[in-house]
Every structure is written in structure tokens, then in C-alpha cells.
Design a protein around this ligand. Structure first.
Ligand code: SF4
Length: 341
């Protein structure tokens, strides 16, 4: 008998190359570079992948969904190598188990189609139930997001709010009873007043499945997540429990990300502030640390040697500051409690 897998999802040295045009030539760069991340099989978690645009977080999410093929490394779901899942039956199993929730609820639905048609279509496409029994899984999924079939039946997208549409979008993902939801910026198109209700919904859904939550919004990440991975130009640079990584960040990039969501200090000279705007693609090719040009704590070694992944204080940090076990307290930033939501 085959042993039960110890991980729901295991990402091992996963990389994805892309081409970037430089005049007449093109460069091969790694949008995701040797990423490692494991979600346990024996408990549900919300794991946030956060970072600026161009950090690789969406590419990583699309690889987990099987929408983008890795260039190197392995992705195991329930012990099965996703790259080797073949045949209609096996692929159907994986697609039912790992479901996406997309960013824009307004773009998800055709304004000329009734909402329930998407739900019945999902039941049919995934073979969840025969047409005559389709109401039951749809009611179950809508119930999980605080809605009912009676409330949505016969209605068009324009008759529903953005918050309701995103709930229906999540319900559609739940119809197959997945083990893992991949939610890519699921609240970024919603008003601030609706964001927390959707974030709270993910916390409730954790009772039944794990969630990978992709965002650049550290406030909702802090509120929703169990663990957080911070990405920078293809690398995971800090990974661990959210209270540690966002409460007391160790990597200089995480510290700056966190500071960027706090009120700017009016006493700080603009020349002292470090830009968080994504730098150009050449940083992917840089020898040494990819944050060296923007890092306020850069050292000589940073410009020549790639930092290793180092275990510090119950989290992983990819930074030379910690190579020799430098005391974590020397590098911490202020607590996140004052971040507005
Ligand atoms: Fe800054 Fe060096 Fe650490 Fe990179 S390795 S984040 S440049 S201190």
C-alpha cells in the first residue's frame, strides 16, 4: 500500500525562464528562480506570496495551477509530479483539486450571460454531478460564500455588486471541492469596504481547504495568512510565519516593503528613501544579490556572491546579513499593528 503523502504541495527548486528583448537580441531570464515551498498535508493553511510587480509571484501561481510549465525543478501535489500527470482522468483529477480564483470579478463574467449558467457549466465540465442533480453542489458552494441559488438565479452580472461577483467566482471554484485554492490578487479590484469581507471569507474557507493567496497588499496578507513568502525578482527572499515575517521582518527588502505601507515619515529626507519601484530586467542577471542596488544595508559581498537561504529565528532569509548568524534583533523593523487596512 502506498504511504499517504506528507505534503499537499511541495515545490522544489522550481524555475521558469522567460525572454526579454534587448534591442535586436533577446535574453533568457528566470521569472521564478529555484523557489522552494511546502504546504503540509495534515493541516490547512493560508500561505501568502507577496512582492512588487515583476517579482514572479503570479508566474509561480500559474505554475502551481499547471497553466505554465516549469523550466526546471519539481512541483508535487499530493505526492504526484504535476509535470508528469498525463491522461484525461489524471488531469481532470488535478484540475478539480487545484482551483483558481482570479483577480477581476467584473472581467470573469460575460455581461450577457446569466450568472447561474457559469455554475451549471462548471458542474458539467468537471463531471461533478449529472445535470438533474447539479443544484446540490451549487447550493453547497454558494452556501460556503454566504449566498444561495435563489439569490443568484436569473440574474446578470450587472445586477450584482463587485463583492457578490467575487463571492460567486469563489463559489465556482469551490464546486469541485478542491484541496487547494490559488487566489491571484482576489481583492485588488474591490472597494476597501468589501476587501475585508472577502479576506474573512478565505479565513472561513480554510476549514476545508488550503489557500495560496497572491497579493502586493501586506495589510490583508498580515490579517489573512498563516505564513508568507516574500518574492523579489524571481527569488523567495523571506519565508515564514506571518507574525515573524511581517511583524519583525529580517530581510531588508521585506523591511522596506513594510515601511512603504506605513505613513511616510515627514522628517525623512527624500534622498534617504529607497525606491520600491521594480527595477529593470537586468537585475535578474545581476551577479550577487538582486536587491544590491536598492538595499540600504548593502555590503561588498552582496555585489559578488549570491546569498544563500538561511534559517533564522524560525524563518528562511536569503541575505548575507545572516550568513554568520548575526543577531536578528539588529535588523528588525517596527511592528505592523499600525498598518491601515
Ligand atoms: Fe542587502 Fe546584501 Fe542582504 Fe542583498 S544580501 S538584501 S544587498 S544586505
Amino acid at each position: 500500500m502506498q504511504a499517504a503523502p506528507d505534503a499537499l504541495l511541495r515545490i522544489e527548486n522550481l524555475s521558469r525562464a522567460f525572454s526579454s528583448r534587448r534591442g535586436l537580441s533577446s535574453l533568457k531570464l528566470l521569472a521564478v528562480d529555484r523557489a522552494n515551498l511546502t504546504l503540509p498535508a495534515d493541516q490547512h493553511e493560508i500561505v501568502t506570496i507577496a512582492g512588487e510587480s515583476g517579482s514572479g509571484k503570479t508566474t509561480l501561481a500559474r505554475m502551481i495551477l499547471g497553466l505554465v510549465e516549469p523550466s526546471a525543478g519539481r512541483l508535487l501535489f499530493k505526492g504526484r509530479d504535476v509535470g508528469r500527470i498525463e491522461g484525461r482522468k489524471q488531469r481532470g483529477w488535478f484540475r478539480r483539486q487545484v482551483q483558481p480564483v482570479f483577480q477581476d470579478p467584473f472581467a470573469t463574467f460575460n455581461p450577457l450571460r446569466r450568472i447561474e449558467s457559469y455554475l451549471y457549466e462548471t458542474v458539467g465540465n468537471y463531471g461533478v454531478a449529472p445535470r438533474r442533480a447539479a443544484d446540490e453542489p451549487i447550493e453547497r458552494a454558494l452556501g460556503a460564500v454566504g449566498l444561495s441559488l435563489r439569490e443568484v438565479k436569473g440574474r446578470y452580472p450587472s445586477e450584482l455588486s463587485g463583492g457578490q461577483l467575487q463571492r460567486i467566482s469563489i463559489a465556482r471554484a469551490l464546486i469541485t471541492d478542491p484541496s487547494l485554492l490559488i487566489a491571484d490578487e482576489p481583492v485588488s479590484m474591490l472597494d476597501a469596504s468589501l476587501r475585508m469581507s472577502i479576506v474573512n471569507l478565505f479565513r472561513e474557507l480554510k476549514a476545508r481547504q488550503s489557500v495560496v493567496y497572491i497579493t502586493h497588499d501586506l495589510a490583508t496578507a498580515y490579517y489573512a495568512s498563516d505564513r508568507v513568502a516574500i518574492m523579489l525578482r524571481g527569488w523567495i527572499v523571506e519565508l515564514g510565519p506571518v507574525q515573524k515575517v511581517l511583524g519583525e521582518p529580517l530581510h531588508p527588502y521585506t523591511q522596506l516593503l513594510k515601511t512603504s505601507v506605513l505613513e511616510p515619515d515627514p522628517r525623512q529626507k527624500s534622498s534617504d528613501r529607497v525606491s520600491l519601484a521594480a527595477s529593470d530586467d537586468t537585475t535578474f542577471l545581476r551577479v550577487g544579490c538582486r536587491f544590491a542596488d536598492r538595499c540600504p544595508r548593502v555590503m561588498d559581498i552582496c555585489r559578488g556572491v549570491e546569498p544563500a537561504d538561511i534559517d533564522v529565528d524560525g524563518r528562511m532569509v536569503k541575505c548575507h546579513l545572516y550568513t554568520d548568524g548575526m543577531a536578528a534583533e539588529q535588523a528588525t523593523a517596527p511592528a505592523l499593528a499600525s498598518i491601515p487596512t
